[in-house]
Design a protein around this ligand. Structure first.
Ligand SMILES: NC(=O)c1ccc[n+]([C@@H]2O[C@H](COP(=O)([O-])OP(=O)(O)OC[C@H]3O[C@@H](n4cnc5c(N)ncnc54)[C@H](O)[C@@H]3O)[C@@H](O)[C@H]2O)c1
Length: 439
């Protein structure tokens, strides 16, 4: 089996621009967090790029550097932020409204946050029905809107003097849509933009503008933003890295921790029922059944792939999988999830597992935004363009090459991510065979 040649990685010189379409809870928690860490006020808990270590060589070699010591990642001090939102609130006000972080904590980074003001958004009410705001671009067709975003990106680069830029989608979940004829090639997509094809969603216009500008793009929502031949063709043509989709945080994170364990012991599954209550703006948007459908599709896929019912019909062929999200304002961003898992063991005897996860959505998502921004920038400097499957670790519905099934098992995803980092530095891949210790 051939392993691709180790890439040359350009150094992380200058500043890194991080553009965020959607400056709500996740985006503002990410920015406030990075700024607090930079001032030594808090620790970047949950971020692999900041506190994760990587084993190199044999277990007896005792080489466990921090990932950011092994690889030339952009430093936190080099980050410069920009973004778009349909609301005019600056990032500080957005964070206050989101009520994720304590006021005293936000006030310590107030000046930095207030300086970040969202640019007018590309928005279409039909795609996100439950919210509406004044900070929206006008254009006579969707191509004009794309060009306006391209101009925003160019202006951001010029005014901030960044040497590289990445874009990470932190905007709302759009209504459920499958790709249609307009998404099948770059040509049809560009014609569709000029004709304002109704099947082109706002998130796709951002992705188009990003890739056209040579800016790598990660998709944090379940929207089909990048999952179409047109975007993949554009990513290839422009040699930019793309990754998606839908941050793997609360309940799906738990699922991809637990399901591989049950499967490893060949325990069967009658059903998995998940429900949760959520009261933030994301919850408002997901209260629309059409937006929820986009989320549901994304959430349902993990278990099917992990359990492989076609290969283990006696264990998994008939399991019921249900996912519910209830909008419940009192909880704000502090989501509570319940899982009831009906499993069976030896001779078919039934057992149950209950999980009650009292989590904080944006606290779980913020470090993922940071890692994705830094890893996408690394991939781009290493000349790795197109779908970055090694970043599957961060997503509920990982993007993969056509014809491949996505890897959902979080432990395999982490191994893939770390082996990719080892490969990038010409280090031995770790197979965990370990026979050499017994020779
Ligand atoms: N927090 C998590 O754990 C988590 C996990 C997975 C996915 N996500 C997804 O991440 C996204 C952000 O979540 P959030 O909690 O920050 O939501 P949020 O509602 O607080 O923020 C989203 C922001 O996007 C803005 N927006 C909507 N459409 C836009 C457009 N076309 N252009 C620019 N801005 C637009 C909204 O005005 C809002 O301020 C959502 O799609 C959510 O489903 C979040």
């Amino acid at each position: 089996m051939s392993v691709r040649k180790t890439p040359n990685i350009a150094p992380a010189e200058g500043k890194l621009g991080v553009l965020l379409p959607g400056m709500g809870s996740v985006a503002s928690t990410f920015i406030a967090g990075v700024e607090s860490v930079k001032k030594g006020l808090a620790k970047p808990i949950g971020s692999l790029t900041q506190i994760g270590r990587i084993r190199l060589g044999k277990r007896t070699d005792n080489r466990n550097p921090l990932i950011n010591e092994l690889l030339p990642l952009a430093g936190l001090n080099s980050l410069v932020y920009g973004g778009w939102d349909i609301y005019e609130d600056n990032c500080y006000d957005a964070a206050v409204n989101a009520k994720v972080l304590r006021q005293d904590q936000l006030d310590q980074v107030r000046a930095e946050m207030e300086a970040i003001k969202p640019m007018p958004a590309v928005f279409e009410q039909r795609y996100v029905t439950r919210i509406n705001g004044p900070n929206v671009k006008k254009g006579s067709n969707k191509m004009e809107l794309a060009e306006a975003l391209i101009a925003d990106i160019a202006q951001f680069k010029k005014s901030t003097g960044v040497s590289r830029t990445v874009m990470v989608w932190c905007g709302s979940t759009e209504i459920f849509k499958r790709s249609t004829a307009v998404h099948q090639s770059l040509k049809t997509f560009e014609e569709g933009l000029a004709k304002s094809d109704p099947d082109i969603a706002p998130s796709q216009i951002y992705a188009y503008a990003s890739l056209k500008s040579g800016v790598p793009f990660a998709n944090g929502a379940p929207n089909l933003t990048l999952d179409m031949p047109a975007m993949q063709e554009l990513a290839k043509q422009q040699s930019v890295a793309i990754a998606g989709k839908d941050y793997k945080t609360g309940q799906t994170f738990m699922k991809t921790l637990i399901a591989p364990g049950l499967k490893s012991r060949l325990l069967g599954m009658h059903g998995w029922f998940s429900t949760n209550i959520l009261g933030n703006r994301d919850g408002v948007v997901l209260d629309d059944p059409e937006s929820f459908k986009t989320k549901e599709e994304s959430k349902l896929s993990a278990l099917e792939v992990i359990f492989q019912p076609d290969q283990y019909p006696d264990l998994y062929q008939h399991f019921d999988h249900k996912v519910r999200i209830e909008y419940y304002p009192p909880r704000g961003d502090n989501k509570e999830g319940w899982d009831n898992i009906d499993i069976f063991g030896w001779l078919g005897y039934p057992m149950q597992i209950k999980i009650n996860f009292l989590c904080r959505d944006s606290i779980l998502a913020a470090p993922l935004v940071l890692d994705l921004a830094l890893f996408l920038d690394l991939a781009q400097r290493a000349g790795m363009s197109g779908i970055q499957e090694w970043l599957s670790f961060y997503f509920k519905s990982p993007m993969v090459a056509p014809g491949l099934y996505p890897e959902h098992d979080i432990f395999i995803q982490l191994m893939k991510l770390k082996n990719t980092l080892r490969w990038m530095k010409g280090e031995d891949l770790i197979t965990h065979l370990g026979l050499e210790y017994y020779d």
